[in-house]
Design a protein around this ligand. Structure first.
Ligand SMILES: C[S@@+](CC[C@H](N)C(=O)[O-])C[C@H]1O[C@@H](n2cnc3c(N)ncnc32)[C@H](O)[C@@H]1O
Length: 262
């Protein structure tokens, strides 16, 4: 039986799987079996806003490290200013930088008139174990448009103008670009830093095997859990704010609507 199926069975048997647990993730992670989780996809508190919950959470990295499998990915969302502060703790826990993606939003928040208009966020992938053995499913798109290719060397004029170019319709599949244009949740978000499903789903699909477990220690309105369910992955979430549990129920309904509209 595949390794990830055994972990999922164990977590299911102990009632840990496919649900959010209310409380401080550092304490709650102690209840998870060691080496049981395939990947983490999370959006931790950044400690740089005035929001009540936005306090830096020291100590979540070693706690997370214990429950992850020896070969595993960790995706962390945030600004570069926030993510840069994680590198040392991630290295201490045995993780290396792998790659990053840019989430391009249609608009941003907190504009400063004396800077570039900020409309993006990063998600950085760390990993441990041998890269070759790490689960990865490169994501593909089929959205390349048919295009007219001009030949560099035009043939001598034959009266057939079409001989100088051709239409390429091999629009895909191609590797998904590292800059993902996904509309943010402005106007309908329940959580102030709610992530859209469209930015979280490719990361889970890439890093968590079907039937495997993704952990989000800072689940907020539940994005990672909804995305995991849609992709046929198991999930475990932690969240310290009781108000978020109510948001998760509402968000789950929104998530279904998003999928139907896609
Ligand atoms: C940036 S938000 C996550 C938002 C989420 N990605 C979403 O789409 O809704 C971080 C969340 O972590 C929660 N949080 C902060 N410290 C925590 C802790 N020690 N344990 C568990 N949750 C915590 C906050 O209440 C907040 O909801």
């Amino acid at each position: 039986m595949a390794d990830h199926m055994q972990s999922a069975d164990l977590c299911a048997a102990t009632g840990l799987i496919d649900r959010c647990h209310l409380g401080d993730c550092r304490r709650l992670m102690e209840y998870l079996p060691a080496s049981s989780v395939d990947a983490v996809v999370t959006d931790p508190p950044y400690g740089d806003t005035s929001l009540a919950w936005d306090k830096r959470c020291e100590g979540w990295i070693p706690a997370m490290s214990r429950v992850l499998k020896p070969s595993a990915s960790v995706w962390v969302f945030g600004s570069m200013r926030f993510i840069a502060t994680l590198f040392e703790a991630m290295e201490d826990a045995g993780f290396r930088y792998a790659q990053d993606i840019v989430w391009e939003k249609q608009n941003g928040t907190g504009f400063h008139a004396d800077r570039f208009r900020r409309v993006h966020e990063h998600a950085v992938q760390f990993y441990r174990g041998a890269w070759a053995e790490l689960f990865k499913d490169p994501q593909k798109t089929n959205d390349a448009r048919a295009k007219v290719i001009r030949r560099k060397q035009r043939p001598a004029h034959t009266g057939q103008i079409d001989r100088g170019h051709y239409v390429s319709e091999d629009g895909g599949p191609r590797l998904m670009r590292s800059v993902l244009e996904v509309a943010n949740e402005h106007g309908r978000a329940l959580h102030p830093t709610q992530k859209p499903l469209g930015i979280v789903m490719p990361l889970i699909a890439y890093s968590v095997p079907p039937g495997g477990i993704v952990l989000d220690p800072f689940l907020g309105s539940g994005t990672t859990g909804i995305a995991a369910e849609m992709l046929g992955r198991h999930w475990i979430g932690f969240e310290s704010d009781p108000a978020c549990i109510r948001m998760q129920e509402e968000r789950k309904r929104q998530g279904r609507t998003d999928l139907e509209a896609a």
